[in-house]
Design a protein around this ligand. Structure first.
Ligand SMILES: Nc1ncnc2c1ncn2[C@@H]1O[C@H](COP(=O)(O)OP(=O)(O)OP(=O)(O)O)[C@@H](O)[C@H]1O
Length: 281
């Protein structure tokens, strides 16, 4: 039994197909990065796994149970993209309050320390900066010692040190056996944390592979040439030497050959937009 199972799931909002026949399994103790551009369907997927929404078709399971059933969610921690914190409560009070809902919460002092919030313990949450609120929101997802945590863009709005501290806390949770499914726009973030990467766009899973293999794809080279018809072509390939050898062997006419390393953004964009089958190989 997997920690998260999504099988043949489709979810529409009116005419928009947010998820289109998506299947995904996350094993216990895995740390999986869900990577995709705005509107790809990442948050929708998390909302199904956390039982906030129901799929139109397909099946979603959390530790083998329907996440719509509240009992199955006692093992779940969640940081949505936006968290409303009670503005007049102090940081310590919010952690105490949320922890009070769980049988064995992480002691408040320990959690605040882990997230670099000790100096802010007596501050009303309404006075926190955006980045400080974000850190508190992620801390709250872990207070109940969940077995599975869903983090929707956990480090958006954080500065470099805040981001690093949060990554450390997520790694520590994972090292203790926790399962993490996190979304991000940032290749860098997924690279820093995840063992496995699921690339999603337009509600469809484009790639689901180890970080190593995904990085192999984004380590692509860009090859440009003008073909016999005078059309400028562009290919992203992992082995430009082999590509050129094949090209020459094929006898196809070409000119103005150019090869250069693709940036991560370019290569990832290509993976996401890949209308051109086999463009990344
Ligand atoms: N409640 C809703 N009503 C109508 N459309 C929605 C709703 N929620 C999501 N959508 C649409 O579904 C698609 C997927 O949205 P979703 O929020 O899952 O994407 P995302 O990958 O999380 O994007 P982002 O990175 O911008 O947060 C988008 O086209 C979005 O506009």
């Amino acid at each position: 039994m997997s920690a998260v199972e999504v099988s043949g799931v489709t979810r529409r909002f009116g005419a928009v197909v947010a998820l289109d026949d998506v299947s995904l399994e996350v094993g216990h103790g895995e740390l999986v990065g869900l990577l995709g551009p705005n509107g790809a369907g990442k948050s929708t997927l998390l909302s199904l796994v956390s039982g906030q929404r129901r799929p139109d078709t397909g099946v979603v399971r959390l530790n083998g149970h329907d996440p719509r059933d509240a009992r199955s969610r006692t093992v779940l921690g969640l940081t949505p993209q936006e968290t409303g914190l009670p503005a007049t409560l102090r940081v310590r009070e919010v952690v105490d309050f949320v922890g009070g809902h769980y049988p064995d919460p992480v002691p408040t002092a320990e959690l605040l320390d882990q997230f670099g919030l000790v100096d802010l313990a007596n501050r009303q949450t309404g006075s926190l900066s955006g980045g400080q609120k974000r850190r508190l929101a992620v801390a709250l997802s872990l207070v109940g010692r969940p077995r599975v945590v869903l983090l929707d863009e956990p480090t958006t709005g954080l500065d470099v040190s805040g981001r690093t501290a949060l990554w450390d806390a997520i790694r520590a949770y994972h090292a203790s056996g926790g399962t993490v499914l996190l979304t991000s726009h940032y290749l860098e973030e997924v690279q820093a944390l995840a063992e496995r990467v699921v690339v999603i766009d337009h509600g469809t899973v484009l790639a689901d592979d180890s970080l190593e293999n995904i990085l192999g794809k984004v380590g692509a080279r860009r090859v440009q040439l003008t073909d016999a018809a005078g059309v400028r072509q562009e290919h992203l390939v992992t082995d430009s030497d082999a590509f050129v050898r094949d090209l020459v062997r094929s006898g196809a006419e070409f000119k103005d050959l150019e090869i250069r390393g693709a940036s991560l953004e370019e290569a990832f964009g290509q993976l996401v937009d890949a209308t051109n089958e086999g463009a990344v190989r």
